[in-house]
Ligand binder design. Structure first.
Ligand SMILES: *Cc1c(COP(=O)(O)O)cnc(C)c1O
Length: 388
């Protein structure tokens, strides 16, 4: 399509930031405290409140990758223990398992929900399995009843990757509160944005306390508590930790993003429904409707471009959308499509055929709460034209 200027390009995953965020960042700068301090403490308290847990059960960090790494370290698993996860996820899920000195084992997804299939988890269990790492894909909850039953039967830890799932609920219970830990992302494309950022939610207070220490060098007191107006206090290093703390500049964004989390969720739900209706007659597979008694976070809206039905390859579809000034995403090429994992573990994509097929056909359309109805109508029209 001609005539598209850079100004009307719809960027995929562009965050909805408001004046409150901007003012808070400026106030943070003027306060002179831009490191980890009072705004992080407030963001943690607000997040805990949103999730309905105690403030002592959460710890803010600088990414979800960091949250996953620390959660798996604080879960106290044996070195090299196997962790079962999904092949349809961002590389960070698997990398964090490796950073924690553990062994990733993949279990295929359900083709309709695109979440890890409990039967595949069961089939992947060995005497070395010690944890399950489900990803609430696109914001749709995994089958937590089945997953928790497997975990209890085999004595496994559960660490939920909630990067897509801040607003997700399963049978009235919030994502991230089922397992030993839930890990959240505030990366620029996620539902709550701090630029870079993450949160660990832990069930056991002593484990989340350890996670907090691991996130700041293994020190027993953070800088805010060392240098505040209460006077200098000594700290002690109690183990070899990491540098994963969130800063007040990031929390300044997060506080106001979180205040708008439900309004933004409602807007994405509307967009999601508009897409579902607009594409009902097209030869594409749309996402399954959310299951009863669950709450979908509507993080991604994905279509499957099966070339036999659509007469067009997925990558050609991506190119046509780009030419029409619309950014898209792919969530995700399955993990074994990447050379590193193939070489290190000898994995072939065909071993997890559902994830492989989805990864080769899927496309994510823009779903930012910032998009207006004209943008959404233009995206829907372009998809229809490209597939006509
Ligand atoms: C974004 C994402 C992560 C990593 O989050 P960061 O905050 O960027 O580290 C992990 N898992 C999934 C499923 C994600 O989408």
């Amino acid at each position: 399509m001609t005539g598209t200027t850079a100004r009307d390009y719809i960027v995929f995953g562009s965050p909805a930031l408001g004046e409150e965020e901007m003012a808070e960042v400026v106030a943070c700068l003027r306060s002179g405290w831009i490191g980890t301090g009072p705004r992080v403490a407030r963001f943690e308290a607000d997040f805990a409140n949103y999730k309905g847990v105690a403030a002592a059960q959460v710890a803010a960090v600088n990414s979800c990758t960091a949250a996953l790494h620390i959660a798996m370290t604080a879960a106290g698993l044996d070195p090299g223990a196997e962790v079962i996860t999904t092949p349809l996820t961002f590389c960070a899920t698997v990398n964090a398992i490796l950073h924690a000195g553990l062994t990733p084992v993949l279990a295929d997804v359900d083709p309709a929900t695109q979440c890890i299939d409990p039967a595949a988890i069961e089939a992947a269990i060995t005497p070395r399995t010690q944890a399950i790492l489900p990803v609430h894909f696109a914001g749709r909850p995994c089958e937590m009843d089945a997953i928790m039953a497997i975990a209890h039967r085999h004595g496994l830890a559960v660490i939920e990757d909630c990067a897509h799932a801040i607003e997700t609920e399963y049978k009235g219970r919030k994502a991230g509160t089922f397992g030993d830990f839930g890990c959240f992302s505030f990366y620029v494309t996620k539902n709550v944005v701090t630029g870079e950022g993450g949160m660990i939610l832990g069930r056991a207070l002593e484990r989340i306390a350890r996670a907090r220490i691991l996130a700041l060098h293994g020190m027993s007191k953070d800088a805010w508590h060392r240098f505040s107006d209460k006077g200098y206090r000594h700290y002690q290093v109690v183990e070899c930790g990491f540098k994963y703390n969130m800063t007040d500049l990031q929390a300044a964004l997060g506080i106001h993003q979180l205040a708008r989390v439900e309004a933004n969720w409602l807007r994405r739900k509307e967009i999601w429904s508009t897409y579902q209706q607009a594409f009902a007659e097209l030869p594409v597979e749309r996402p399954a409707e959310p299951a009863g008694d669950t709450r979908h976070a509507y993080h991604l809206y994905t279509l499957r471009i099966d070339p036999r039905r659509c007469g067009i390859e997925r990558d050609v579809f991506l190119q046509r959308m780009h030419e029409a000034g619309i950014g898209t995403g792919v969530h995700y090429l399955s993990i074994p499509e990447h050379p590193y994992y193939r070489q290190r573990f000898g994995w072939r994509p065909e071993q997890w055929p559902n994830a492989m097929q989805i990864g080769r056909e899927t496309v994510s359309l823009p779903l930012s709460a910032k998009l207006g109805s004209t943008d959404i109508a233009r995206i829907a029209r372009t998809v229809t034209e490209v597939l006509a």
